[in-house]
Design a protein around this ligand. Sequence first.
Ligand code: NAD
Length: 485
Amino acid sequence: MKYTAIQNYINGQFVSAGTSKTMEVISPLDGNLLSTVPMSSRADLDTAVAAAKKAFPAWSRTPIKERVQVFFKYKTLLEKHLKELAELCSEENGKTYGESVAEIEKCIELTEFATSLPQLVTGEVLEVSRGVECRTEHVPLGVVASIVPFNFPSMVPNWTLPNAIALGNCMIIKPSEKVPLSCGRLAELLKEAGLPDGVFNVVHGDVEIVEAICDHPDIEAVSFVGSTKVAKIVYQRATSNYKRCLALGGAKNHLMVLPNAITGMTAQNVAASMSGCAGQRCMAASAMIGVGNVDAIIDKICEEARKIVPGQNLGAVINKASQERIERFIGEAERDGAKILVDGRNTKVAGKENGTYVGPTVIDHVTPAMSVATEEIFGPVISIMRTNTVDEALAIENANPYGNAASVFTQNGGMARYIIDRASAGMIGVNVGVPVPREPFSFGGWNESKFGVGDITGKSSIEFWTKLKKSTTKWNAEAGVNWMS
Ligand code: NAD
């Protein structure tokens, strides 16, 4: 085992969970055992919540300009340890080193945004009648929780922790049991940056801890990122316990390719979008709709896909079950009459025979009812459908239950606008394969890709992590003559 057994991080200390139940943490790159992660109990969560609750009064009363000083330091620590954090990310998640570097760079950008929060959360004040002022302030909620998925071990935690904590909350994070190592390292860096003990806590585990978070009377708000199935469970359970909840779910992102798209650029974008992070991105292109004759572009997509080599510029998928699931989808499409143009099944990487790899896969002549057209595959696979018109393409995109992202590739600005207006997704790309908004713009999908109001990052997150206090004050003698007396 490469690392010592993972522990929870509570009140500024690494502590053993009060249970002997653990799971193995296996590197998808080569199948090697990295560590074990505890399946904590409700009692462990209680201890973490108590620590966070104790830390809250002092932290929430610390002026925000002081609170963000921790994040200025945290940002420089992320920069200093970028290489080490990226290596850890690749090891536990299976993505390439380059992709992991990009992930840590995004953490830095997210932290930069958090350091700008003092400029964004000023309240409002108005003299509403003589001597009477109304004023609003954003105040923190208290103890909040963040439940995160496996596909971005550092970035998704950093979607929530810098903003929630800079805004004055104390946080419990529940990492994915598949990639639990990065969060512990982030906790160490936050401590080194000067974050007081108890403000950030990590409790490892699975379903039991997620349920306990949703039920805990001292947790005010829950953010969740993961599959739609679990997002629905968490949203229902947390809100039925009267908590604020924002739950981001799965995706099936459609790229619409028009005949006037630039061939080389479009093909590169499609191939990169479907295969980046081995297709394990909620913003990955999963379905492509060719409108009219786009055969030359499809040929070029295949050419680009063949340049993507597992173990070199393509990482591993998270585990054996995922590899088998992806290969099953490809097999179903083949049986249903689709044409496999590039086939990533049965991929082995020399020297890493126990790694879990799927090569880039391009499937053409998919019909909208096939499972590869309807299901989130979460692998480096693109399913190509064909239509004669843009409206037919939009009808397919609109009918899918998700709504994270959609993109159009065209050189016709009017047509791009027509699609922006009609695609049923929260994040739209024009000649962009992965249309993730950069800070300060917020991240969040529609439909079954997100449950709850607002977005998880950027300016929108301020509303989620704070509540408004409205005060009305009257001090002068004249106040006796106005209607507020
Ligand atoms: P997942 O839903 O299986 O797990 C997410 C979290 O929920 C983990 O911490 C896990 O321990 C916990 N969990 C799993 N099953 C549970 C259950 N039955 N009850 C309670 N908790 C449970 O997701 P994953 O496989 O880790 O991540 C991949 C999914 O996340 C994909 O569907 C992907 O699209 C989605 N995702 C979405 C976004 C977004 O922004 N919309 C971003 C990243 C990932």
